[in-house]
Design a protein around this ligand. Structure first.
Ligand SMILES: Nc1nc2c(ncn2[C@@H]2O[C@H](COP(=O)(O)OP(=O)(O)OP(=O)(O)O)[C@@H](O)[C@H]2O)c(=O)[nH]1
Ligand SMILES: [Mg+2]
Length: 466
């Protein structure tokens, strides 16, 4: 990690200038610049630029130096104070860094002014995140989503790109599908954006259909801050190999696999894209299709890295994104991950602050059985004993019960199947909707005296006590 310079807007004499070590070059090099406005919670972190540095490293950028300035609010024209702009420009010249990366989103004017003074390309947090997404996007859907977000973000900045960066080739904000698009005029850009939105809407429709066909089985989605350990837990729970890396946004496409929660309780588990503080709004919008599994899940397992600097802040960021995508009040279990790296004395604090939480280590497997128990309990919390009588040919209905019931025994009586099970009212109703002839199916809740449906009187179910 490079040294960090703190500057104040009042300092009259320039601070001593740090000359970076000429470290071996990655594809690009940068000076990081963070303005911490009054009230910004990052002011309390031991290293406010740690996440930006990790983002830069994920984007294969070598960080040569770092500058932090505490201000009441970012300067409207230049983002940081004028002394700090000069200082950053000097550091970039001295270290040979080719880019300045700012830890906030900048207005087109701030970008232009900083670029002019520093004579370097200036990128903001959203540019950097979009660049990482562009590098990691593998499937058609992910590529379209990133392209849309890039174009939407670039549109108001087109003038900046042209007037200041002519001759600049490649690099952040210029990579991936956005690269050739930035040469188009705004009208063409608008047309491409419309086209992308249409394509993504079609994909989303297909996805909604695909996900809703899973409605007869339990659906569980792993969500959480990027790098929290979702894919590691996914691999452990489903016995498959998911891509795990100590990088931000290693996973961009949702992966879904069969998940045997416990004996008799099965479902499908989805591994999803990680969230981050101030996730670009455009990106959240364009990743709606990818997040379909989250929107449709019966249960969310929110993975939190409790070994990190500020786990509770990460939890808040994730909750914010969930709200943005319209996913609220969903049953959620908190998986407090990486406990192998946490002082056990700290755990009770997190457990008390985060309801329904289970400490685990996805890496070592500690606590994962307890997590399975908690998932099973949550999925079956509304189950009640029920007896169902159905004709033998109601295969689809019986399969739907089988997928959702947490306990089931069956026997044949005359030409009918008698099933004793534990199931929730909702899932029984859902299964009934998949039957060929609903009127030929009888059921009775075993915990309620005589609470059978009216028509059961014609062909009464056996006495449950018999
Ligand atoms: N010590 C420790 N490391 C873990 C644990 N779980 C995951 N990791 C590490 O944390 C890093 C990130 O893990 P991933 O599973 O890729 O995290 P993710 O949440 O899927 O990340 P994104 O897909 O980038 O959002 C990897 O280096 C893992 O090896 C754990 O329980 N303990
Ligand atoms: Mg992952």
């Amino acid at each position: 990690m490079a040294d960090t310079h703190e500057t104040t807007p009042t300092s009259k004499t320039p601070d001593s200038v740090f000359v970076g070590e000429g470290v071996g070059k990655k594809s690009e090099s940068a000076v990081l610049l963070g303005v911490l406005p009054r009230g910004d919670i990052r002011r309390d972190l031991s290293d406010p630029l740690e996440e930006l540095e990790l983002l830069a490293s994920t984007a294969n950028i070598e960080v040569f130096d770092r500058v932090i300035q505490k201000l009441d609010r970012p300067n409207a024209a230049t983002y940081c104070g004028s002394g700090t702009v000069q200082k950053v420009a000097q550091l970039a010249r001295d270290t040979g860094a080719d880019t300045i990366i700012c830890d906030n989103d900048l207005s087109p004017a701030q970008l232009r002014n900083l670029e002019k003074t520093c004579e370097r390309k200036v990128v903001d947090r959203t540019d950097l995140i979009l660049d990482i997404f562009a590098r990691h996007a593998k499937t058609l859907q992910a590529r379209l989503q990133v392209e849309l977000a890039q174009l939407e973000y670039a549109r108001p900045r087109l003038r900046k790109m042209w007037s200041h960066l002519t001759g600049e080739q490649g690099g952040i904000g210029f990579r991936g599908p956005g690269e050739k698009q930035l040469e188009m005029d705004k009208r063409m850009l608008g047309k491409r954006i419309k086209d992308l939105k249409q394509k993504l809407a079609d994909i989303r429709k297909r996805k909604v259909r695909e996900v809703s066909t899973r409605s007869e089985i339990h659906t569980i989605a792993l969500i959480g801050y990027t790098n929290a350990g979702k894919s590691t837990l996914f691999s452990r729970l489903t016995d498959t190999d998911a891509y795990v890396a100590d990088k931000l946004f290693a996973t961009l496409d949702t992966k879904t696999r069969p998940f045997q929660v416990k004996t008799r309780i099965k479902g499908v588990l989805s591994d999803t894209v990680g969230f981050i503080d101030h996730l670009p709004h455009r990106l959240v919008e364009s990743f709606h299709a990818t997040l379909e599994e989250v929107l449709q899940a019966d249960l969310l397992v929110h993975v939190v890295d409790v070994s990190g600097d500020d786990p509770l802040r990460h939890v808040e960021s994730v909750d914010d994104v969930l709200k943005k995508i319209g996913c609220v009040d969903r049953p959620t279990i908190m998986a407090l991950n990486k406990v192998d790296q946490v002082d056990p004395a700290l755990l009770p604090f997190f457990v008390s602050r985060l309801p329904r939480s289970v400490p685990i280590s996805a890496k070592t497997g500690a606590g994962v059985e307890q997590l399975r128990e908690a998932i099973a309990d949550e999925l079956t919390k509304n189950d009640r004993p029920c007896r169902v009588s159905a004709p033998m040919h109601e295969g689809r209905f019986i399969a739907a019960l089988d997928a959702r019931a947490s306990a089931m025994s069956q026997r044949v009586k005359e030409d009918r199947l008698i099933l004793d099970m534990s199931i929730s009212n909702d899932f029984l109703s859902q299964a009934l909707r998949s039957s060929y002839n609903r009127d030929d199916i009888k059921y009775k809740w075993l915990d309620e005296d005589g609470a059978t449906e009216q028509r059961d009187e014609e062909q009464s179910l056996e006495d449950p006590g018999a």
